[in-house]
Design a protein around this ligand. Structure first.
Ligand code: BYC
Length: 481
């Protein structure tokens, strides 16, 4: 075993030489049964005995690290995988910039680091819990398999954070690792830590939007943490990012295939007006205005994950060298930002305006701006599909002040363009912006499982290529084995 290849001999696959670290190995082996119980209770319901064609990391080499095979999910080999150590790496930003990266937790930043690791860890099992019933309504075996791939990898991301807690945070790390298995998404008494992870993922449109938007927040946050001066966190996040890319592919291509199917049916049946939702729905596909409402919902819920506009937590974490900016290593400035400013959208006298604030306290917004730009590029690719069919319609991202629950805009109601609305206007127009009960009922009426190899539900197009170059009729999940 070396840093590239993974040791698969023991209970816990790893590339961190766990055999030489008896204390951590014992702690993880003790945590393992509780994790499996959690997976069986809260993981994909009804498919624990199915054989699923999954990818497992066998090496952390960027070229060809994956092996595909059928596996029952509870027997998936969840492991500890860190990107290779960069010799001579230094802290890339903040007051310690240029000093050697920390291999142990710096005492003065212990609490901050632990909090960030726990928050990150908490989101991973939360998403598995949110998605646990989706298998029952999968539009194809291909999509079912992708859902399960995402789920097992989120499980692995929990392992990644638990390893850091067990190895570097002693007794309180062990307690936090236990607590990560106790909280439950949406539970009244023991909810998950961040709002978006307590929302329901009730249907496949939500699943695709979630993997497009919320997993992209995962990408941004992991990118920021991968810049950390605490080297084990940086290495862990760097490897997680390679897995995250597939999750966003599932979201982007999933929505893209829904759009394609809708446009294709509209064209075939001569429905020219995308706003004629009744005519479009009659074709058994999802109308573009309803997709827009789903987009509005998931985008706004995800924006809340970036925290407050002005954040001393974010400033302290940057100053300390613990959480950087998106692609910090590619930015050309002093990486300390002491005297700099950054423009932030704020609420002033009841209106939304841009204001220059100290750059250090605006770091959540800077990351959020990078996120919005990344989302906009994806939405542009969706619009090109609509254009290809010659349909005059565009999807777009709502204003960042729309439908917010965290930060300045949580105090107001804004429409999709950022115009502030009275409470009465908001209530009246809410159904224009967000899915209504009847939209939800319509979507639910389409959510019927399609389990025949190579077949797809009425509302989604087939993918351009199979997973691992498999042919169109490949049986990605053997449901009753
Ligand atoms: N909900 O100073 P502020 C992923 C709290 S997704 C509830 O702005 P900060 C994934 C905040 O905790 C990525 N509370 O906070 C995707 C603070 O409380 P305390 C997950 C919130 O720290 C799909 C107070 O308000 N990773 O990986 O600058 C599937 C003051 O706020 C919320 C991370 O998020 C909220 N939304 O920013 C699977 C990375 N927002 O401490 C996985 C780690 C704020 O004063 N987390 N508060 O009691 C962070 O970097 C930051 O903690 C946050 C918040 C960005 C979340």
């Amino acid at each position: 075993m070396d840093a590239m290849n993974v040791d698969y001999d023991g209970l816990i696959p790893n590339n961190v030489d766990l055999n030489a670290d008896r204390r951590v190995k014992a702690a993880l082996e003790k945590w393992h049964p509780g994790y499996i119980d959690w997976w069986k209770d809260m993981g994909p319901e009804g498919f624990q005995e199915s054989l699923v064609y999954l990818r497992t990391a066998v090496s952390v080499d960027p070229k060809g690290w994956a092996k595909f095979d059928y596996v029952k999910m509870p027997e998936y080999r969840w492991g500890i995988l860190l990107a290779p150590k960069v010799e001579g790496r230094t802290i890339p930003f903040g007051q310690h910039r240029g000093q050697p990266a920390w291999q142990e937790v710096p005492g003065e930043y212990r609490a901050t680091l632990r909090r960030l690791i726990v928050i990150q860890g908490d989101t991973e099992p939360a998403s598995v819990e949110q998605q646990r019933y989706l298998g029952k309504t999968a539009p194809s075996l291909y999509d079912l398999r992708n859902l399960f791939q995402v789920n097992v990898e989120e499980g692995r991301h929990l392992w990644a954070m638990v390893y850091l807690l067990q190895k570097y945070f002693g007794q309180d790390g062990r307690e936090e690792a236990e607590a990560l298995l106790q909280r439950r998404s949406g539970d009244k008494d023991t909810p998950r830590m961040l709002g978006a992870f307590n929302e329901k993922t009730p249907d496949w449109i939500s699943f695709f939007m979630f993997t497009f938007f919320t997993d992209r927040d995962g990408k941004m946050q992991l990118e920021a943490l991968s810049q950390s001066g605490f080297d084990p966190l940086s290495r862990t996040c760097r490897f997680m990012l390679t897995e995250e890319a597939h999750h966003m592919f599932v979201g982007e291509s999933g929505v893209g295939r829904v759009i394609e199917r809708t446009c294709d049916e509209m064209k075939k049946h001569g429905v020219a007006d995308p706003a004629d939702t009744a005519a479009v729905r009659k074709l058994g596909v999802i109308d573009l205005p309803t997709l827009q409402k789903k987009l509005n919902l998931h985008f706004s819920l995800t924006l809340d994950l970036f925290g407050n506009e002005i954040s001393t937590n974010a400033a302290s974490a940057f100053h300390a060298g613990i959480k950087g900016r998106y692609r910090e290593d590619k930015l050309d400035d002093d990486h300390q930002l002491e005297g700099n400013t950054y423009p932030v959208q704020r609420l002033k006298d009841g209106a939304i305006v841009k204001e220059d604030v100290p750059a250090l306290s605006a770091l959540n917004m800077r990351l959020r701006d990078d996120f919005v730009a990344d989302c906009a590029a994806g939405v542009g690719r969706w619009n090109r599909i609509i254009e290809k069919y010659g349909i005059a319609h565009q999807l777009k991202l709502p204003h960042v002040g729309f439908h917010r629950h965290i930060g300045e805009f949580s105090k107001i109601n804004a429409d999709l363009d950022g115009q502030v609305l009275s409470d009465a206007e908001w209530e009246k127009r809410r159904g224009e912006f967000l899915p209504s009960d009847s939209d939800r009922d319509f979507i639910e009426s389409l959510m019927k499982p399609e389990n025949r190899p190579g077949q797809f539900a009425s509302w989604i197009a087939a993918p351009k290529a199979g997973i691992d170059n498999k042919p169109g009729d490949f049986e990605y999940v053997k449901i009753h084995e």
